[in-house]
Design a protein around this ligand. Structure first.
Ligand code: NAD
Ligand code: 89Y
Length: 343
């Protein structure tokens, strides 16, 4: 069984710790030590998960513990220092999205891990949701022919600020926080992006950053893509945190609609499937699709450390997603198309 430590015991880490406990139950990996600079929070989470070895200082933990990997679940400003620290101990590292506040810092993180020769996985989990994997499965089956158009859409008015107050405080909001997932899903389903144009808007006057963004993308294989996300959309039915997908191919189409309804039309007609995520024993609606994807990505990590899988959401891969985020901000600021590879 692999031994891991987790740094950052805040809002989202609870999901990761539940998933690690499931994975430990299967003999894959266990979290043996916890770190948070907030001693009270650390004690509370350690008690909740029965983890005895705790530290308020990451360096002290890494000096004291015998580990196989480290999972970092702090917010972006702390990522570079923490990943570099873990890499200096020659340990494989998982880091939450967004990998860093700037592309330059993200590149430095990836370089540090490369130089240390340690695997780096970004906890970029939306593409691991079973509904998104189901869409990809249909594309790969060839049933809808050659894909020529797609849309990845996330529209909501869910109050994310009460659980994650820092989201209201940054100059950047939705593209950095949520668009990073939607753009990664667009890459996963439609391919890498050669050029994009984007707009952003702030609708909610109580936050600092943009809460609406739309991107028109030219994907490398010739597909036209749209990514749109909003936390200012008051809809009849609140769909948080569902990502909706539309894909058109030469022989048919795919729609991932509200309520995880998958509609596939091909030469033989239309098929409807319920691709709802399983409700894990520790999961809570409406977060259950995200929670399920946390378990999936962490299982992927263990499989990859054991030599059974190529890391899909590696740091190097994630730089391509972060270039799309950055390209959207550049395009929105200048009104011009941007080639992400040139950033
Ligand atoms: P949070 O502020 O609730 O928790 C972060 C914790 O890290 C805090 O307890 C803080 O004390 C601790 N911390 C910060 N720097 C530290 C350091 N240097 N050493 C030790 N402890 C340190 O944040 P959160 O809402 O849990 O978000 C964490 C990350 O998870 C963010 O990057 C966020 O974007 C991401 N997130 C991802 C998803 C997803 O679906 N992938 C969902 C929500 C949040
Ligand atoms: O931080 C975000 C994420 O990664 O998924 C949803 C979220 O919690 C709020 O936008």
């Amino acid at each position: 069984m692999l031994k891991g430590a987790l740094i950052g015991c805040g809002f989202f880490a609870i999901n990761q710790l539940h998933a690690w406990r499931d994975i430990a139950g299967e003999g894959g990996a266990a979290i043996v030590a916890l770190c948070d600079r907030d001693a009270a929070r650390l004690a509370q989470v350690a008690a909740q998960f029965g983890i005895a070895r705790t530290y308020t200082d990451a360096a002290a933990m890494l000096d004291a513990e015998e580990l196989d990997f480290v999972d970092i679940c702090t917010t972006a400003p702390s990522h570079r220092a923490l990943v570099e620290l873990v890499a200096s101990h020659k340990l494989p590292v998982i880091c939450q999205k967004p990998l860093a506040p700037t592309l330059e810092e993200a590149e430095a993180i990836v370089t540090a891990c490369e130089k240390a020769g340690v695997p780096l996985m970004v906890h970029e989990n939306f593409r691991w949701q079973s509904a998104i994997r189901a869409v990809r499965g249909v594309i790969d089956s060839g049933r809808i022919g050659s894909v020529f158009w797609g849309r990845v859409s996330f529209r909501s008015a869910f109050d994310v600020f009460s659980g994650q107050p820092y989201l209201a405080e940054g100059e950047r909001f939705i593209l950095e926080d949520l668009g990073v997932h939607a753009l990664d899903v667009a890459r996963f389903l439609l391919g890498d992006v050669s050029k994009l144009t984007a707009t952003t808007k702030r609708v909610n006057p109580r936050i600092k950053g943009e809460d609406v963004a739309t991107a028109l993308m030219e994907h490398e294989g010739g597909v036209t893509g749209i990514m749109d996300c909003s936390y200012a959309s008051k809809l009849e039915e609140e769909l948080f945190p569902q990502t909706l997908v539309e894909i058109d191919g030469t022989e048919g189409s795919i729609r991932l609609g509200a309520g995880y309804r998958l509609t596939v039309t091909d030469a033989d007609g239309t098929e409807y499937r319920d691709v709802s995520p399983p409700l894990l024993p520790w999961a809570e609606r409406p977060w259950h699709n995200i929670q399920e994807s946390v378990l999936a990505i962490q299982k992927h990590w263990v499989q990859s450390l054991n030599g059974g899988a190529q890391l899909e959401t590696s740091g190097t891969d994630n730089l391509k997603t972060l270039r799309l985020v950055e390209a959207c901000y550049h395009s929105a600021a200048t009104g011009l198309p941007v080639e992400p590879a040139a950033l």
